[in-house]
Ligand binder design. Structure first.
Ligand code: ASP
Length: 438
């Protein structure tokens, strides 16, 4: 039988009703054998995520403040889930052990990780699956860097012992110790991807509270279409430009093994969601897959006559911003000009120093700084080798009187980046969406 690894996020495990939904989802497909879960998230807008409660609790412990009330509130979240499902789990025993360990001075990471730990224990009982702790399976070096291959081997060996199992997301441990180490926030997505790779899964299903990705930001474009299929590379372009999707760290283990990722909605399981894969799927209607953008860049343009003859000019310019630890996004060049497109927040407090260094070391004829520039990425794997996309972008924007400050195409030909004034940002996104998606 094939294997699917299925991860449920915080809102999917927030209360008993949500858990009933996930049970139905898991049981609808016998291949859904390995389940990774987050800690319970918010049940409604004003609610707290268990992880946030535990972070506060740990700070209280650290500051020698009373923490009984919060401890009780966390316990209540799990008790109400167990009661709502009529589960006879040993919650008292689990919480007593945690209380004792807190008194013994266990770390913040231990306390915060209990959200996922308890969630996985409870869900394992509810589904009748084995519980497998990830403490010694998701392995970090002493600096907190994930040891990807060791982790893969450890999970793979453990999976061989379990036909069906539930894993807590978000944490692992330091190699050779029993000390917990946390992934970054939202890290259960990463755990799911690691388990999927180790299981040689045919699919990594990531169940959340939206039916996959949309072709544009719904706050800018009204009712954008869902993205049915997208390639890993396109996803990276879109998320780099601000589309809120899976974190890069959550994609790479599945990507390494070529395992497709399906983003699904626990509250609308009939929706097929978005499938992210190497090829991206066929037969899509549109030449683009999505549009994303960020509104706040600064462009520093350096002009110098005969720049093209001056050996090492670009290298020296780049060394200056490297010295200042500034990341740049693009460097469009002309024969006598060089521009650097940099996210404005990167330049905070550093702009004057950078300009001084440019003037002293590069002796330019002129430097022009323009802020409030927005970049928009039009992304689509079908743009590769297709003629006229940039032309359509320019014409569509020109027809609406939107001035293009910059246009750049990635050499992989799956994205075109357009720079416009920040004031034109949203309108430009709408115009481009309307041009390519009818
Ligand atoms: N519970 C953790 C968080 O809130 C990890 C996760 O949900 O993926 O960030």
């Amino acid at each position: 039988m094939g294997v699917k690894v299925i991860k449920f996020g915080g809102s999917s495990v927030a209360d008993a009703d949500q858990l009933r939904k996930i049970k139905a989802i898991v049981e609808a497909d016998p291949e859904r054998r390995y389940v990774v879960v987050s800690a319970p998230g918010k049940r409604h807008k004003a609610d707290n995520k268990v992880t946030d409660m535990l972070i506060t609790l740990s700070a209280q412990v650290d500051g020698n403040m009373p923490y009984d009330q919060l401890f009780g509130a966390v316990k209540e979240r799990y008790t109400s889930i167990a009661e709502g499902l009529g589960l006879d789990a040993d919650l008292e025993g689990w919480f007593d052990e945690i209380a004792e360990n807190i008194k013994k001075g266990y770390s913040e990471a231990y306390i915060v990780s209990r959200g996922e730990y308890l969630s996985a224990r409870l869900i394992a009982e509810y589904l009748g699956y084995d519980f497998v702790d990830t403490k010694n399976l998701v392995i970090f070096n002493s600096k907190g860097r994930l040891k990807v291959e060791e982790t893969n081997e450890a999970i793979r060996a453990e999976l061989a012992r379990h036909e069906r199992a539930v894993f807590p997301g978000f944490y692992g441990g330091y190699a050779g110790t029993d000390e917990i180490c946390l992934l970054s926030r939202g890290g259960s997505d990463v755990t799911g991807s690691l388990v999927a790779r180790a299981a040689d899964a045919s699919m990594y299903e990531n169940w959340t509270d939206v039916s996959g990705m949309l072709m544009a930001d719904p706050r800018v474009v009204s009712s954008p279409l869902p993205i049915k299929y997208i390639s890993y590379a396109e996803l990276r372009e879109l998320s780099y430009m601000g589309a809120s999707v899976l974190h890069e760290d959550a994609v790479f283990p599945a990507r390494m093994a070529g395992i497709p990722i399906n983003i699904r909605n626990t509250n609308a399981p009939e929706d097929s969601g978005t499938v992210i894969s190497r090829e991206g799927g066929a037969n899509d209607e549109y030449i683009i897959s999505g549009i994303a953008g960020k509104p706040d860049f600064t462009v520093i343009s350096i002009y110098k006559n005969m720049m093209n003859k001056e050996l090492g000019f670009v290298r020296r310019a780049l060394a200056i911003i490297e010295d200042q630890k500034i990341n740049f996004d693009h460097i469009p060049t002309g024969i006598d000009s060089l521009s650097m497109v940099i996210e404005s927040k990167e330049l905070e407090d550093k702009l004057d120093d950078v300009l001084d260094a440019f003037r002293q070391q590069l002796k330019p004829d002129e430097i022009i700084v323009e802020d409030k520039i927005a970049l928009i990425a039009v992304v689509g794997r079908r743009m590769h080798r297709s003629i006229g996309v940039s032309g359509r972008i320019c014409t569509a924007l020109a027809n609406k009187g939107i001035n293009i400050k910059m246009l750049s195409q990635g050499t992989n030909e799956i994205n075109v980046i357009v720079g416009v004034e920040a004031a034109d940002f949203e309108e430009a996104v709408r115009v481009l969406y309307a041009e390519f998606v009818h």
